[in-house]
Design a protein around this ligand. Structure first.
Ligand SMILES: Cc1cc2nc3c(=O)[nH]c(=O)nc-3n(C[C@H](O)[C@H](O)[C@H](O)COP(=O)(O)O)c2cc1C
Length: 347
């Protein structure tokens, strides 16, 4: 079987987003409704901006699936951008309308976004040529691809759940069972605790009123992964390294923790390492899981526990100080119909 790989393509306001998934086995049942339910979740959550009102994301399968099952050939997924209709004049692959293109140009480069470094690196004058790809609109097609991989993992008995642990200084410190995490999907911010969810909504409202933005922390748990996934023999195989790479590649993610993460550095060995026991009926087991289910770059059979930190959204309604890339003059950074907080969607 070919090595599994995922490639995504597509501009935020272009015709469509696409993904090519190689290396999937044949006979994997693909349920488009489940994928579209995940896409709807990605569009939800308190604090989102105007774009979500325009799009109603639905994935289409272009290749690799017949009669509801994968064929073992590359699977291609596609999400058409409804907003393209409003942008065609300046996002077309053919000749663009010069006046529209110039009106939609972004030169008041936003701190915290890819704009400034991108225009310099790719020798562009208009940061739109950068932001169209930097934009987290790309995560829509990654969520769709994730739905296919979840079907694969589910066939192996692996389940994934998550919840928002904090928004700014509002922290839900409660411990939840894996099953209780399902409740996060029905909340406003992804925070399971009702009072904290409400408090986070109020904090996001205050940020919006101030023209400011917010981030937060998401907890991810993976149940049912058997011992031995990943590898210790080469750095590239290490499961924790590969998960961190995948998670850090999500727009605005600035930190990933495995198990205790940074807290492990503040504790002694006795307070960190999970002691090993053996019983005939269950084999080797632990009574704690501070390692977050990964030792030596390999899953150890316990739940995989991860935390992901998202920085505040870089497009502020009251833009930050910047320089206009075209004139090199002092300017206020471009603002738009941006999200105030997208932590629910990031989860
Ligand atoms: C679900 C989601 C939605 C986002 N929405 C916005 C947004 O509306 N406006 C914005 O400026 N950035 C948004 N971002 C973050 C930017 O895409 C990101 O900060 C930017 O591409 C720069 O990359 P970096 O933060 O990873 O360095 C969003 C991120 C995610 C995960």
């Amino acid at each position: 079987m070919a090595k599994m790989s995922l490639t995504t393509a597509g501009e935020s306001h272009g015709k469509a987003l696409v993904a090519v998934l190689e290396g999937l086995p044949a006979h994997l049942a693909i349920d488009l409704e489940k994928i579209n339910a995940d896409l709807a979740l990605r569009q939800s959550g308190f604090g989102r901006g105007g774009r979500q009102k325009i799009e109603k994301d639905a994935a289409e399968i272009l290749t690799g699936v017949r009669d509801g099952e994968t064929l073992g050939s590359p699977v291609t997924l596609c999400i058409y951008n409804k907003d393209y209709a409003n942008w065609q004049a300046c996002m077309s692959d053919g000749a663009c309308d010069k006046a529209t293109k110039s009106a939609k140009a972004l030169t008041k480069v936003r701190p915290g976004h890819a704009d400034l470094t991108g225009v310099i690196k790719y020798a562009q004058e208009d940061a739109r040529n950068i932001l169209e790809r930097a934009s987290a609109r790309e995560t829509a097609i990654r969520v769709a691809a994730g739905g296919v991989y979840k079907a694969y993992l589910s066939a192996l008995g692996v389940e994934i759940a998550g919840r928002v642990k904090s928004v700014l200084d509002i922290v839900d410190d409660k411990e939840y069972t894996f099953e209780q995490l399902a409740a996060a999907k029905a909340t406003q911010t992804g925070i399971v605790d009702k009072a904290k969810d409400e408090a986070a909504v109020e904090r996001i409202k205050a940020m919006r009123a101030a023209g400011d933005t917010a981030g937060g922390v998401v907890e991810i748990r993976v149940k049912g992964l058997k011992s031995g996934f990943g590898g210790v023999m080469t750095y590239a195989e290490k499961l924790d390294a590969r998960l961190a790479q995948g998670l850090m590649s999500i727009q605005a993610v600035k930190g990933v923790e495995v198990g205790l993460g940074f807290e492990a550095a503040t504790r002694s060995g006795k307070e960190v390492h999970d002691e090993i026991f053996y019983a005939e009926d269950k084999g080797f087991y632990r009574t704690t899981n501070r390692a977050g289910g990964i030792e030596g770059g390999m899953s150890n059979g316990e739940e995989i526990l991860l935390k992901v930190a998202m920085k505040p959204i870089p497009t502020l309604m009251k833009g930050l100080q910047t320089v206009d890339y075209a004139t090199k003059e002092k300017a206020i950074a471009a603002a738009g119909r941006s999200d105030t907080c997208a932590i629910f969607a990031m989860g």
